[in-house]
Design a protein around this ligand. Structure first.
Ligand SMILES: *Cc1c(COP(=O)(O)O)cnc(C)c1O
Length: 376
């Protein structure tokens, strides 16, 4: 939330998304001289004591926040969640060389497409939400083979769906993409073999990717290209090449902020409250509706529409003028989407609900006439 020309701005961007204003202010304050070193954090070596301390603190805080059990390693990498679409199969699909995917929309399909390019791996799409146009998640999944792992996109950023509970996958290894609800929902890490996420949705600046992997799934004798080899990366504690020092620093500050706020439990409660207010409004509206199936609704990304492109565009323009920014839906989905990650304030949702109500009352008469016509 920033004030300029008296207009309070709320940024509903899906990613890169808003960060806690306190953290951005702190970055500004210490940008010129990190810890009184007279050097900017952007200028310090990744082999320096200053960096080593900062990295270890960030890693420890992340472990606490996500409640990562023993036996799991943490990697701070680059290349976005997108590079993990290739890195995960290279590292984890080595025994049966068969991977099962649940198709829940755009990001899962991108992961499927990239896995297909590794031609010595077999890719099975074992369930899909296609029939529902990805508004509903597959929950009843039958695995007929032994796979190296089953891949799920846990929160579907574009379609606005999320798995609150993992489907029964018969005890097979589960890999989860949690890019858009990492640290915003209490994921039970012990249920996964590997979790990965880009930082720019719910943590900090783009350029950082987080991976949590159960160490005993890794083949210590593998020899992959260095930057794609979890074993080598773990051995060098994510410092195999020059890491993205600035995004790691910013993520570390966000982790501290999250701890001060009460951690992930508190974030989940706040995200329930924020999205709850919006879903309530949409469910009671005669003009707008949320597109995702009620039971599968996301706690961070809420796609909605009037069902009329012209009216949607009019609403987006009007909301923008009122300081409600980046409400346009993904190009693939159309309509509107409100992304409300951890740093997004409750007042922003309330402002959106007011704006929706105002727009609805201005457009209701036309709608009521058509309804009456239908009744008659
Ligand atoms: C944004 C997103 C990605 C891609 O992230 P990049 O950092 O752009 O590679 C992958 N999966 C999900 C679920 C996402 O939301």
């Amino acid at each position: 939330m920033k004030e300029g020309n008296d207009l309070v701005v709320y940024n509903f961007s899906a990613g890169p998304a808003m960060m806690p204003p306190e953290v951005v202010a702190q970055i500004q304050k210490e940008l010129v001289s990190y810890k009184n070193s007279e050097m900017s954090v952007m200028e310090i070596s990744h082999r320096s004591e200053l960096y080593a301390e900062m990295f270890q603190e960030a890693k420890n805080d992340f472990r606490d926040l996500l409640a990562i059990p023993a036996g799991y390693k943490i990697l701070f990498l680059q290349g976005g969640a997108s590079l993990q679409f290739t890195t995960v199969p290279l590292n984890l699909a080595r025994k049966t060389k068969q991977i099962a995917f649940i198709d829940t929309g755009h990001w899962s399909q991108t992961a499927i497409d990239d896995a297909h390019l590794l031609t010595d791996r077999k890719v099975d799409v074992v369930a899909t939400g296609k029939k529902s146009n990805y508004t509903t998640l597959p929950h009843d999944i039958k695995l007929e083979k032994e796979y190296d792992y089953v891949h799920l996109t846990i929160n579907n950023t574009i379609e606005g769906t999320m798995y609150r509970k993992l489907p029964d996958l018969g005890g097979q290894t589960v890999v989860g993409d949690i890019s858009s609800n990492i640290l915003g929902y209490q994921h039970d890490v012990s249920k996964y073999g590997l979790l990965y996420a880009s930082a720019q949705k719910n943590i900090g600046p783009a350029g950082l990717t987080l991976v949590v992997v159960k160490e005993d799934l890794l083949d210590q004798d593998q020899d992959l290209p260095s930057m794609l080899d979890y074993v080598k990366l773990i051995k060098e504690d994510s410092n195999l090449n020059t890491p993205p020092v600035f995004p790691i620093y910013a993520a570390g500050l966000v982790f501290k902020w999250l701890k001060q706020q009460g951690g992930v439990k508190q974030m989940q409660a706040q995200n329930e409250e924020k999205t709850g207010i919006l879903y309530d409004m949409l469910d009671n509206s005669k003009l707008f509706y949320a597109t995702a199936n009620q039971a599968d609704r996301s706690l961070t990304n809420v796609p909605f529409t009037t069902g009329d492109k012209t009216l949607d565009a009019k609403f987006i323009a009007q909301a923008d003028e009122m300081g409600l920014k980046n409400l346009k839906g993904h190009v693939l989905a159309g309509g509107m989407r409100a992304s409300m990650y951890n740093a997004f304030p409750l007042e922003g949702v309330k402002a959106l609900v007011q704006c929706l109500q105002k727009f609805e009352s201005a457009h209701k008469p036309m709608f009521n006439i058509s309804l009456k016509k239908m009744d008659a």
